[in-house]
Design a protein around this ligand. Structure first.
Ligand code: SAM
Length: 221
């Protein structure tokens, strides 16, 4: 790669971090993770050139890689601690899981499209992210065999926080989930499990693809 190309990439990355700060990402651990994990390897083909823009982009199976500032703000809201076991529902490209892997002890990520799981696993392997387990399945049921989780993040919009996920959250644990109709602006909700129930905080408006039932269509062919 020529030094001009390297310089361009370095500048785009600097701009990328600047944009995150300007959108309210203040947690240095999150900013360091976002700096370390390059978004480029999680986007293939035509859109790869736009990896450092603060915008969602199309990936395979008609899905999207989320907007980086939203990934960062969701991660910040989770307040992940080094010994945490984290569940992500909606692996997509694998980018959010890779960010979480920098902050947590272990990350489980569940996706309903096998093709996306395959591509994400490859990226995790290439980046040597050994503390992520990527699983094909309907993540709205969580992963009972690995529960309870210290943190849960859902990266697709549910009409309500799914009951099985609430049940798999440890007392003191935090879940971040977009809630609302898929064709409307949704609310990003932070749920904290207490000794006696759940506290709900509304964080900001967001727009996510819907949390769907079952596996992707191609799994049944
Ligand atoms: N976190 C992703 C990333 O970093 O690229 C972005 C995820 S994308 C916005 C939402 C993903 O959730 C899609 O890949 C979609 O297939 C997946 N999804 C939707 N419903 C699901 C379900 N019930 N279980 C697992 N994954 C689901």
């Amino acid at each position: 790669m020529s030094s001009q190309v390297n310089q361009d990439i370095a500048e785009r990355k600097m701009q990328f971090l600047f944009q995150l700060r300007s959108k309210g990402v203040t947690d240095n651990r999150v900013l360091t993770a976002m700096e370390k994990i390059d978004r480029g390897p999680f986007i293939q083909g035509f859109f790869a050139d736009r990896a450092y823009e603060d915008t969602p982009l199309p990936i395979a199976c008609g899905q999207t890689i989320s907007q980086p500032s939203v990934v960062a703000l969701m991660t910040q809201a989770l307040n992940v601690q080094p010994r945490d076991k984290v569940l992500e529902v909606g692996t997509g490209s694998g980018y959010q899981a890779a960010i979480l892997s920098q902050l947590a002890r272990r990350v489980y990520t569940v996706e309903r499209h096998r093709q996306l799981i395959r591509t994400a696993r490859k990226a995790f392997e290439e980046l040597d992210l050994g503390n992520i387990t990527a699983i094909i399945g309907d993540g709205s049921f969580g992963l009972p065999q690995q529960a309870p989780f210290d943190r849960i993040v859902v990266t697709a919009a549910a009409e309500d926080p799914p009951g099985p996920l609430l049940a798999q959250l440890r007392v003191g644990g935090i879940m971040v989930v977009p809630v609302g109709q898929s064709d409307a602006v949704q609310s990003l909700i932070k749920v904290t499990r207490t000794e006696t129930g759940f506290d709900y905080d509304e964080l900001r408006p967001v727009r996510f693809v819907p949390l769907l039932e079952g596996l992707g269509k191609e799994e049944y062919i």
